[in-house]
Design a protein around this ligand. Structure first.
Ligand SMILES: Cc1cc2nc3c(=O)[nH]c(=O)nc-3n(C[C@H](O)[C@H](O)[C@H](O)COP(=O)(O)OP(=O)(O)OC[C@H]3O[C@@H](n4cnc5c(N)ncnc54)[C@H](O)[C@@H]3O)c2cc1C
Length: 484
């Protein structure tokens, strides 16, 4: 996926001598931790949204918090922009480098500093992989709940910056509900420690989801949960997407909050089935996967309620996983649905919008109509219980104009999410990708408050510039285009 973008449009253009910058960075970090030039920095030119690429001026890979602090202070002194990067799995070009700045890669800070099983908490560095936390505490019968599908690779620092979600966030909440404290370095290079439930404005919640624009996260205290004694998984198949959508609303209305409630449409089912053989019914127009957890009596009652709702909504099949192997297979299909798309089309563009559950059918029907308009297939695989859509627009970027069309299609979907009372992001963030739609989601007064907030934390505007908050000019241009 390679087409021209204009990623610097909102960036400041500070004057900095690259040689001076590299020389000074090499006084702070070992030579192998300071990368310059095209060849060395090529792997860092984009995140998971690879249609946006920018080569940074310099890439640094500090191994200690002191080194991170040194880099930030130097950049502050020289007025050089700083973009943080965790594992680079983000899907909104949030970690897209700044051509005139330093890319601060935090992946070497990958130590689990403390596990306090008695008090259900762990202290970790930002480069620790999401899944590594649950793996480390499994021996205590504990786990870390937010589980993005990218959890094998993505970093907890990136999760904090994006307020990442996952399959189990319906019941257990997003990252913001599972982080107890943060240590951050401000744009000035000063330490700031933020805790949940402390007095005053909730700065912890403000920092979570701030996409590397307000501070650099250098330490995270996460909440651990006790692994539930019983877990059951249901697979339900439907002849129409509308019936499946009604079943989602019905389950929640019945008073059940499943640990997970996911939907896949026919194209996603077929692709996942071809890829991993999860045992999904190929003739279904949509399937739901429900996970119920808790103590035995609670799970038994929930199973009964869900089965009733699913049948009442018209399910053609309701199948309970017979053992842990079948349960894992059901989930393997869901977790591999994204990579499975690679077998269908050379490229896919993953959108991420959140809508009220009651609007799921309407929005999926709209997406299907736009799919015909743009002549681009769409697979839907998403966190239905949260109303968090992930339409995957399939296309071939080698065809002239295809990427631009896919982006227009994506913009239509986001605008529809706003129109039904939803938001332009559920968990992937705004980054560079959705900066235009911020002008639709928010009015000028609201955007001005965001700008003031950013200025309060980062007066020189050096942390992740040109992301998330659009300039007034950009807002005017985008609104004019959409109103044409
Ligand atoms: C196949 C696939 C499936 C995915 N599934 C999900 C999913 O289910 N749920 C979900 O929420 N996301 C999902 N994602 C998106 C992505 O994995 C998440 O956004 C994740 O949180 C990004 O983590 P990262 O370490 O890769 O961050 P990066 O991509 O490196 O960075 C993301 C943002 O965080 C900032 N940042 C990174 N580290 C720090 C730090 N220490 N301090 C301050 N800012 C920092 C960056 O500047 C950037 O703005 C998926 C991605 C892929 C490729």
């Amino acid at each position: 996926m390679k087409e021209a973008h204009d990623p610097h449009r909102d960036d400041p253009l500070p004057e900095v001598n690259p040689n001076q910058l590299v020389a000074e960075l090499r006084t702070l970090l070992p030579a192998e931790s300071v990368l310059a030039g095209r060849e060395q920095q090529k792997p860092f030119e984009c995140d998971g949204l690879s249609s946006y690429t920018v080569l940074p001026l310099v890439t640094v890979l500090p191994a200690t918090v002191r080194e991170v602090q040194g880099v930030i202070r130097l950049c502050r002194r020289l007025e050089v922009p700083v973009v943080c990067r965790g594992a680079g799995t983000g899907l909104s070009a949030g970690a897209l480098p700044c051509a005139h700045g330093v890319l601060l890669v935090l992946s070497k800070l990958d130590r689990i500093l403390d596990i306090d099983a008695d008090n259900l908490r762990a202290i970790v560095q930002p480069g620790v992989r999401n899944l590594a936390i649950s793996e480390a505490v499994e021996k205590f019968g504990l786990y870390y709940a937010p589980d993005p599908s990218s959890q094998i690779a993505c970093s907890i620092g990136g999760n904090v910056a994006e307020n990442a979600g996952g399959v189990h966030c319906l019941k257990y909440g997003l990252t913001v509900h599972n982080v107890l404290a943060l240590k951050i370095l401000t744009a000035e290079g000063e330490f700031l420690e933020l805790e949940a439930d402390s007095a005053g404005p909730d700065l912890l919640a403000l920092l979570i989801g701030s996409e590397g624009m307000l501070g650099v996260v250098v330490e995270i205290t996460v909440k651990l949960l006790v692994s539930p004694p019983q877990v059951e998984t249901l697979l339900a198949a439907f002849a129409t997407v509308r019936q499946a959508s009604q079943a989602v609303a019905g389950v929640i209305a019945a008073g059940v909050i499943p640990a997970a409630l996911e939907m896949m449409d026919k194209l996603a089912v077929t692709a996942a089935e071809d890829y991993v053989g999860a045992g999904y019914p190929r003739d279904a127009e949509a399937i739901l996967l429900l996970e119920l957890d808790g103590c035995a009596s609670e799970v038994a009652a929930q199973l009964q309620s869900c089965q009733q709702v699913l049948h009442a909504a018209g399910a053609t099949l309701v199948q309970q996983a017979q053992d842990s192997a079948q349960r894992e297979l059901f989930w393997k299909g869901r977790k591999n649905a994204f990579p499975a798309m690679g077998r269908l089309y050379p490229d896919y563009y993953c959108m991420d919008g959140t809508i009220p559950r009651a609007a799921i059918a309407e929005v999926l029907e709209y997406i299907s109509q736009r799919s015909q308009h743009y002549q681009m297939p769409v697979a839907n695989v998403f966190h239905a219980g949260d109303g968090n859509l992930h339409p995957l627009i399939l296309f071939d970027a080698n065809q002239a104009g295809a990427l631009a069309q896919a982006e227009l299609f994506g913009a239509d979907i986001l605008e529809k999410c706003i129109a039904v009372g939803g938001t332009i992001t559920g968990e992937h963030g705004v980054g560079r990708e959705k900066i235009n739609q911020m002008a639709s989601q928010f009015n000028d007064a609201e955007l001005e408050q965001f700008r003031r907030l950013k200025q309060a934390f980062d007066p020189a505007g050096l942390l992740n510039p040109g992301k998330v908050i659009p300039t007034l000019k950009r807002c005017q241009e985008y609104r004019a285009i959409r109103n044409e």
